[in-house]
Design a protein around this ligand. Structure first.
Ligand code: ATP
Ligand code: MG
Length: 399
């Protein structure tokens, strides 16, 4: 049995709602770890404590992906006895030296007490333990600024304490499900998976919406989006992907509307359909991977031509970012290598030779009036494919 102590970020600041946030985070952690050998989870003021039976590495990987966790440590549990604390600190340092094949190192003790009845303050405790360690291991040196080893000690109420060597960073942000649902427009590109992740980190539950132009684009494009959503299911306990057949609508737009408006009209139809799915999935906003000026189609005028279809917020977390920045995020969250596979997206179908860059809402509305938006949307919605992704529970997913 190993003990992991989890620290959470903004959840701690949520005033009266704090318990609700903590319980949600605990539920999410439990769901993510459900197939990793079982765990017991409890909380103590400001911390979540996890007791795990199985292997540490997959659990650690899973925890690093759960929004709401600031950081966590594998800990040793102890009481308030100064002799015990010294012995456990020493054992941790010895273990570090052994596994790094070192005989000397610089170190620092960082004590923190949430039980103010403990007879020493944090500084006194750090100094006392540091002194005792130097007596046992005289080759060690204290370095308060850049130590090789940091031993953390937290003194908790009720004669409990923990000791640890490392804090592994988590995702930060808020627990999945705390901010409501969003319909996340996901293509197979680099940007939209990153946009979805940004919103999940703010506590939103992403319901993914993908428009697919079979048979103009092949099965590989569909599989790419499934792979992206599978990967992103590391970040929320359960995901839904709606795959919407889009080629009939594109054919209709090609037949009836002006060539240069096509791409914008495609996008507007995505929102028309999204609007009709919003209630079914109780989504409060849309999310896209757009950034101003990134490609010719993403001018402010064009963004305006699509956003006016809907009355709910269209969230664009990447709006001010450069491509290089977005690529870095995509690499960090692990979607980049999937996104760069060269399979086309629906927007490339019947691509206009000279697409509109300064779209006018009025011109789009005139063109769109040639379509039976109601009927096209209704027919399309009947044929949506719904895929659900439970928390990825196979152990190898996390190894
Ligand atoms: P991405 O890298 O996300 O594909 P992009 O730079 O290729 O973005 P566009 O093709 O203009 O830009 O798409 C802008 C946004 O529209 C995407 O970020 C995504 O949110 C949405 N989108 C584009 N194609 C699709 C699609 N087939 N299904 C669902 N949403 C889409
Ligand atoms: Mg794209």
């Amino acid at each position: 049995m190993q003990q992991i102590v989890i620290r959470y970020s903004e959840v701690g600041l949520k005033g009266n709602n704090r318990h609700w946030f903590e319980n949600l985070l605990m539920r999410n952690i439990k769901a993510h770890l459900s197939a990793l050998g079982g765990c017991q989870i409890s909380k103590i003021h400001g911390r979540i404590i996890l007791q795990i039976e199985g292997e540490l590495q997959p659990v650690s990987t899973a925890l690093q992906h759960i929004p709401g966790i600031a950081n966590f440590s594998v800990t040793v549990a102890a009481d308030h006895e100064i002799d015990t604390l010294a012995a456990e600190s020493l054992a941790l340092i010895r273990k570090y030296l052994e596994s790094n094949r070192q005989t000397s190192a610089t170190f620092k003790m960082i004590a923190r007490r949430s039980d103010k009845s403990f007879p020493m303050n944090s500084m006194q405790l750090s100094a006392e333990l540091g002194g005792r360690i130097l007596e046992e291991l005289p080759d060690l040196k204290v370095d308060l600024h850049h130590p090789q080893i940091e031993v953390g000690i937290e003194i908790w109420p009720k004669n409990r304490s923990i000791l640890y060597l490392d804090k592994t960073p988590g995702q930060g942000g808020l627990p999945s499900g705390s901010a409501g649902k969003v319909l996340s427009l996901i293509s197979g590109g680099i940007d939209s998976p990153v946009a979805s992740w940004f919103m999940m980190k703010r506590g939103c539950t992403a319901v993914y919406l993908h428009f697919h132009s079979f048979p103009f684009v092949g099965e590989q494009s569909r599989q790419k989006v499934i792979d992206l959503v599978t990967h992103l299911s590391r970040y929320q306990p359960e995901s839904t992907l709606l795959i919407v057949p889009f080629s009939d609508i594109q054919k209709e737009i090609k037949a009836k509307c002006s060539e240069k408006n096509r791409t914008i009209l495609y996008r507007r139809m995505m929102y028309h359909i999204g609007e009709r799915l919003r209630e079914r999935y109780k989504a409060l906003a849309f999310v896209t991977g757009e950034a101003v000026g990134q490609v010719a189609s993403q001018t402010l005028e064009n963004l305006n031509c699509t956003a006016t279809v809907t009355t709910v917020p269209v969230l664009r977390p990447l709006i001010g970012m450069e491509k290089a920045e977005i690529i870095n995020w995509a690499k960090k969250i692990g979607t980049y290598n999937i996104s760069i596979q060269p399979f086309p997206d629906c927007c490339t179908v019947f691509q206009p030779r000279k697409p509109e860059i300064h779209g006018q809402v009025h011109s789009m509305e005139v063109d769109e009036a040639k379509l039976d938006v109601e009927q096209l949307s209704a027919d399309t919605i009947e044929n949506i494919e719904v895929l659900t992704f439970k928390t990825q529970i196979q152990e190898k997913f996390w190894t």
